[in-house]
Design a protein around this ligand. Structure first.
Ligand code: ZN
Length: 433
């Protein structure tokens, strides 16, 4: 008898793969070896790859019965963000199963999907089944920081592992977002990620004339920087409807019986209930100042002042956004990129999307499966550089009273056992197709 998916998920949580950023953390090696053993048991030949000691990635290819079909990549990450046990009601790395939930760091981000995929593979091996197309399974390191030891490195140095893959599924999508219509009827929306805003982390540098704090100075770097940041932070970025966002608004509006007025996007979204959260950050670009540094002593005007701005950019808007930012900053403030990862965009309507939707509906016939754009980012940013169409699809059935958004990176992260089992069935169906 195979291990139930919830037991496997709990076991994976017990490997502490905390990623503290900047290369610090427990490392993914023990979990990677555990995953590699399971893949080997399922008849695959996994390879372990490390850019640095203990920062392990596991990749395995499963040959399909029809190799002429385009290949699929299933990309997952093994690392998790830190958890402070003092804040939790359980030990975050004990992998407890109680009250119908698997508790622990990584329960929804994303040891759930890792366990579901491995469960499908175990099931296929026991039944002697193989998929039609080639499928590459990648369990990577370092998603929760920069991907320096994980996806970005694999894409640059080991692109051959992903040869023939034209589409990929990964985290952030395929879960239930239950919404009540105004007539009280429950609608279960399943957003599938078809786009991601790009990440442009900016460093702003203002320079001026250093001098004594008691003296007149019309060239004060701190003042120049603060003025520029004030213009930037106060700027009302216009609504830009990228294809995924427009399709989301149209289709969710139809499902909820909310009239869609694209000339009043904010007003329309405001009536989407809990589904509003899936779109409110992706109808506009955003420029949010996050880090400031200048000066070292109260009576000295510094010659340099710096700020960091977390800038997120919708597909197709990069050039216009940067030129507008430059206008807002004005002269005397220099801008450079700390990180610049372009937006990700797959087709909204494609056979891949249709197949995901069909797989979800096979387990939830009333499911409303819609495309959406992620406000932040995932390893799709790396894999899309290989020309792979990336989708956020980690199917999970969630009950109405479950605050999914509070789970990933949150306290008392947990996943419903029934949700995991649903995910296994949906993935089995999708990966078989
Ligand atoms: Zn994640």
């Amino acid at each position: 008898m195979a291990e139930p998916v919830e037991e496997l998920c709990a076991r994976m949580i017990r490997f502490d793969t905390t990623n503290r950023g900047h290369g610090q953390g427990e490392g993914e090696r023990e979990l990677a070896e555990f995953v590699a053993d399971l893949l080997t048991d399922a008849g695959l030949k996994p390879v372990l790859l490390e850019r640095a000691a203990r920062r392990s990635n596991v990749v395995a290819r499963m040959s399909g019965s029809r190799p002429e079909l385009p290949g699929l990549l299933v990309q997952m990450h093994l690392d998790v963000v830190p958890a402070d046990p003092d804040e939790w009601s359980v030990d975050p790395f004990a992998g407890e199963i109680r009250d119908g939930y698997v508790w622990g760091r990584g329960a929804v981000d994303m040891k759930d999907m890792c366990a579901s995929v491995l469960t499908v593979l175990g099931r296929w091996a026991a039944a002697g089944r193989a998929p039609e197309r080639d499928i590459v399974f990648a369990f990577v390191a370092d998603e929760e920081d920069t991907g320096y030891y994980g996806a970005h490195w694999l894409v640059r140095e080991h692109a051959e592992l992903f040869e023939g893959c034209v589409a990929a599924i990964g985290e952030s999508g395929g879960h239930t977002v239950p919404v009540r219509r105004s007539d009280g009827a429950l609608v279960r929306i399943y957003p599938v990620g078809t786009a991601e805003r790009g990440t442009a982390h900016l460093l702003l540098t203002a320079t001026g004339r250093a001098g004594h704090g008691s003296r007149r100075n019309d060239d004060n770097a701190v003042v120049k920087l603060v003025d520029a940041l004030h213009r930037l932070a106060g700027h009302e970025w216009p609504v830009v409807l990228s294809p995924a966002v427009e399709a989301f608004i149209e289709r969710v509006g139809a499902a909820l019986g909310v009239p869609v007025d694209l000339s009043d996007v904010d007003g329309t979204i405001a009536r989407f209930g809990p589904a509003a959260k899936l779109v409110e950050n992706t109808v506009r670009n955003s420029t949010r100042p996050t880090v400031l540094s200048a000066g070292y002593k109260v009576n000295v005007i510094p010659g340099v002042a710096r700020a960091q701005v977390d800038t997120r950019v919708l597909p197709g808007t990069e050039a216009a956004l940067l030129s507008e930012i430059d206008k807002l900053l004005g002269p005397g403030v220099r801008r450079e990129f700390l990180a610049n990862q372009p937006p990700v965009q797959a087709r909204v309507d494609s056979p891949w999307f249709d197949s995901m939707a069909a797989a979800v509906r096979s387990q939830d016939p009333a499911a409303v499966v819609v495309p959406y754009c992620m406000g932040g980012g995932t390893d799709a940013k790396a894999f899309s550089r290989l020309g792979i169409e990336c989708f956020g699809f980690a199917p999970l059935l969630l009950p109405e009273d479950f605050d999914y958004r509070a789970m990933a990176h949150g306290v008392d992260e947990r996943v419903p056992v029934t949700g995991l089992r649903f995910g296994v069935e949906v993935l089995d169906r999708f990966l078989s197709s």
